[in-house]
Design a binder for this molecule. Structure first.
Ligand SMILES: CNc1ncnc2c1ncn2[C@@H]1O[C@H](COP(=O)(O)OP(=O)(O)OP(=O)(O)O)[C@@H](O)[C@H]1O
Length: 166
């Protein structure tokens, strides 16, 4: 049995570009990723996604403008925690991406994503996101660099996925 912890991960899109942030500290340090973090007790998952985006990039977004595009699960050999990651995207936002204590934001062309400096799983599920497909991925790591096994699939609808997994 795993102890599930819910995280958010949000990707801001504009034209053919995607906003990533270089994590300056903590989990995933020195990796490019979307913006996100743990969901706190007093907030919904979407509220957490909006808060983390603001805290890490200074961009503002409304919960109603978020689209849930995927679900990721990460486990690590020898660790009983499962990271349950809700992935969102939006192309409606306000503000200018600005460096914060946690992240350095930068726009990337969608065909120039820096996979070599990202989590190894990213190169496996980003193609789904970039093609506008909904996805579910499960990855089991040894340490933080090696994926021991994984599955990834396209989903018809996030709602059906969450109803089935209840
Ligand atoms: C293992 N492969 C992975 N591949 C892609 N993305 C991954 C990931 N593992 C974690 N992530 C994301 O990284 C962020 C961590 O968040 P994290 O900094 O720990 O959270 P939070 O900001 O609440 O923590 P602190 O306030 O610093 O304690 C969060 O968006 C989460 O979805």
């Amino acid at each position: 049995m795993f102890l599930k912890k819910i995280f958010t991960l949000i990707f801001i899109r504009q034209d053919n570009q995607i906003l990533l942030g270089l994590k300056k500290r903590g989990f995933g340090q020195n990796k490019w990723n979307g913006f996100g973090g743990k969901v706190e007790l007093n907030e919904s998952v979407m509220e957490a996604a909006v808060r983390e985006l603001r805290e890490e990039s200074c961009l503002m977004c409304k919960t109603t403008d978020l689209k849930n595009i995927g679900h990721l699960e990460f486990t690590f050999e020898g660790d009983s925690t499962m990271m349950d990651v809700r992935v969102f995207s939006s192309s409606i936002f306000e503000g200018t991406p600005t460096e914060t204590e946690e992240m350095i934001p930068k726009w990337f062309d969608c065909d120039k994503i820096p996979f070599h400096a990202m989590w190894p799983d990213d190169s496996l599920w980003f193609p789904y996101m970039l093609q506008g497909k909904l996805f579910y991925g499960r990855f089991h790591y040894q340490g933080f660099d090696k994926i021991l096994n994984y599955t990834i699939e396209e989903l018809e609808s996030m709602e059906t996925f969450y109803n089935k997994s209840k």
